[in-house]
Design a protein around this ligand. Structure first.
Ligand SMILES: C=C(OP(=O)(O)O)C(=O)O
Length: 264
């Protein structure tokens, strides 16, 4: 994912995001052919890469071709619960020819994230550890290297959010409104997160429809961040189009979080 934090308005951020997406398409086509540009459920390209660095290099190259450089940062969703086996993380879990040699401990993962944040403009990591690995997520978050977002860790569940705030286990909430159920509860948990000086990301779901409510919710709650997928596929664009309409309607009063994306 990318964060166009250097934009002054949402409209400009949309342009920056779309240009990056189209440069990425060219970068991927050059390296993997047109079939590398088949899109996944969230509208992102799905080339056959063999390491996460290979994927990050493609995004870095696309950003550099746009010329926006420091104005665009990278965010990653590791979803580490998906490849946690016991207390280890199997980085080869998707490889058909796995050697069994690529199992990492929580400490190894922390070292790896530190390296990645130094090598790439990564400013946000979602679910860097298994949803029950509170020890490592807490330690990593305490390092203050980047925003640490809890999605599977928190499940938009007030009890888990309370625990994470108490234990300083992460510093941002990925909020999925259909996990909690009502707007009243949404307001309550987002307030909890903001009172703890956390970042708030209003999140999409995999099986999205063209309903654009999360766009209104992210503005209404002044979340500062929305994760709505690539600028591709109608159900993703519906959210971005609604944000454009809201910005147009509010006019000069509209505030794009930009550099203040974590403190909105
Ligand atoms: C799409 C996402 O999650 P889910 O598959 O749980 O809907 C997400 O976290 O961006």
């Amino acid at each position: 994912m990318i964060l166009p934090i250097g934009a002054k308005k949402f409209e400009e951020s949309m342009q920056m995001g779309s240009e990056t997406y189209h440069h990425l398409k060219v970068v991927i086509t050059e390296k993997y052919g047109a079939h590398g540009c088949n899109v996944g459920e969230d509208g992102g390209f799905a080339p056959n890469i063999s390491s996460f660095r290979e994927g990050l290099d493609l995004v870095k190259e696309a950003i550099s071709r746009t010329g926006y450089n420091e104005r665009i940062k990278i965010a990653i969703d590791v979803s580490a619960t998906d490849f946690c086996i016991g207390t280890k993380y199997d980085l080869d879990y998707r490889s058909p020819h796995k050697s069994g040699q690529n199992f990492k401990s929580g400490e190894d993962m922390i070292a790896m994230y530190k390296e990645l944040c130094a090598e790439y403009p990564i400013t946000s990591i979602e679910d860097p550890f298994d949803k029950e690995d509170w020890e490592h997520v807490k330690y990593f978050s305490g390092l203050g290297i980047c925003q640490v977002v809890g999605d599977d860790l928190l499940m938009s569940n007030p009890k888990r959010i309370e625990k994470a705030i108490r234990e300083s286990a992460c510093n941002a909430l990925l909020f999925k409104v259909n996990q909690i159920g009502t707007v009243t509860e949404a307001i309550e948990v987002v307030k909890m997160a903001k009172d703890a000086h956390w970042g708030v990301v209003i999140g999409q779901r995999s099986g999205e429809t063209e309903d654009s409510f999360i766009a209104d919710l992210s503005v209404g709650l002044a979340a500062g961040q929305i994760k709505a997928g690539a600028p591709c596929r109608g159900e993703r664009l519906a959210k971005y189009n609604q944000l454009l309409r809201i910005e147009e309607e509010i006019g000069d009063q509209a505030v794009y979080a930009g550099e203040d994306w974590r403190q909105s």
